[in-house]
Design a protein. Structure first.
Length: 266
């Protein structure tokens, strides 16, 4: 894969399960992507999935995007890390506030402090608003951003790097989730997901602040191509995670996504 300033990774739902992840992960590694990110839900344990991925790969970065601390708080995550045996030197442990309406900053901050002290993983925070982004920069190893066009991503990343340098003496790692397709048959699925997120009050407010539409942040935009879309983020963030959107979400679809994305980005 072409050398870029920004690493490119693949993101998939944790709900695909351990068996499917064990098949998918080596394909992601062989294609030259930097990492594999799994989201976490009641239907899919991201850490169990990443443990399966670790067994099938050698150097692929393994990441959770993200585990909500209202459902899996810091002490529980320590137990889960021990239970699953995910190699922590390869792990980026993404956490977020989940459905917390009050005390979100405190809960996430406490989890960050515990996990940084007790694990060898890189701890990053899924951050939408300015206060959570600041927490990510000042107390964790990095931030996971999402639903941002290139210019906004670059601006937020620059701000977070400066905050991190002031607070911790070094810049945090900035990753960005971008919903992506490689098959136009998946565009209706992509558009439905964009509409779903645009209807959430927090995301709607963020899109309004930025003056963008959710569809301004997906790859590729209608009529565009994936390589040009990815190039627009090069240098803006440290890692661009292509969150695979496919026609059916099947393992075959996801394998095809990895192969085609690698071909388009070669």
């Amino acid at each position: 894969m072409r050398t870029r300033r920004t690493e490119v990774s693949i993101g998939v739902p944790g709900a695909i399960g351990e068996a499917a992840t064990r098949v998918l992960a080596p394909r992601v590694e062989a294609a030259g992507f930097a990492g594999l990110w799994l989201n976490d839900s009641p239907q899919g344990d991201s850490l169990a999935g990443l443990a399966a991925a670790a067994e099938a790969t050698e150097h692929l970065r393994l990441a959770t995007g993200v585990i909500p601390v209202d459902r899996r708080p810091g002490p529980a995550l320590l137990e889960d890390l021990a239970r699953t045996g995910v190699p922590q030197q390869r792990l980026t442990l993404g956490i977020g506030s989940g459905q917390l309406r009050t005390g979100a900053l405190r809960a996430v901050g406490e989890a960050v402090d515990l996990l940084r002290a007790e694990t060898g993983a890189a701890i990053v925070v899924g951050a939408l608003g300015p206060r959570m982004r600041a927490l990510a920069a000042e107390r964790s190893d990095g931030a996971l951003l999402s639903w941002l066009p290139p210019q906004a991503a670059a601006e937020q990343a620059a701000e977070l790097r400066e905050l991190g340098r002031r607070a911790q003496g070094e810049a945090p790692r900035i990753a960005l989730y971008a919903r992506a397709i490689v098959d136009e048959a998946a565009r209706p699925v992509l558009e439905r997901e964009a509409a779903q997120y645009a209807a959430y009050p927090a995301y709607a407010a963020n899109f309004t602040r930025l003056g963008v539409d959710a569809l301004d942040t997906v790859l590729p935009r209608a009529g565009g191509d994936l390589a040009a879309g990815v190039a627009a983020y090069d240098g803006a963030v440290d890692e661009l995670v292509l969150r695979a959107i496919t026609p059916t979400g099947s393992l075959d679809d996801l394998l095809a996504f990895v192969d085609r994305a690698a071909e388009l980005l070669a």
